[in-house]
Design a protein around this ligand. Sequence first.
Ligand code: ZN
Length: 211
Amino acid sequence: MKIHDITLMMEEGMTVWPGETAFVLQRDKKIEDGANANVSHLEMSVHTGTHVDAPFHFLSTGDTVENLLLELLIGKVVVVELDGQIGEVTREVVESIGLADGVKRVLFKTRNSDYWATGIQDFQEGFVGIDADASKLLVEKGIQLVGIDYLSVAPFKRSRPTHEILLAAKMVIIEGLDLSGVKPGEYTLYCLPLKLKHTDGAPARVILIEE
Ligand SMILES: [Zn+2]
């Protein structure tokens, strides 16, 4: 059994969505300064790094993150790798990957993972996202969880249609995956978001088990 950690490191200077709170991790109490223990605090958007989106992110009456089903967050998943030339996940792209019947969870490895592999921290507007029509096809195919290797599942400046379609279908969205070290194929996914109450998303530790 091999464990692949596909979670981004959370550290100061990490890539965040334009206009969102920068990630801050600060040690407030320091043993070296005479404190009894080291104690740190965090400041961040709930959409920082590797994270899930809850329906409430784009749907004002949608479920919040603590209601996402663990039964969906854990289980068999297929990692598909797209050619580096592909700039957007369209209906044709989804059709071309030929997802087998019965697949419920799919992670898209795109050229986005190269950003993580090469340590590019500046936000990249040209990242690969899933367009609205492809999102509809994923819903039609019965996909219940979709993941991608940049900070949004949707192409830049076109967030709403893709998110609305996926979240209205109660699909779990995982964003900010680092799939650079993972080959395409079947794995067991463990995605455990923080149990934050009544919120639109949550950072998650996400691993793949290869058997
Ligand atoms: Zn998000």
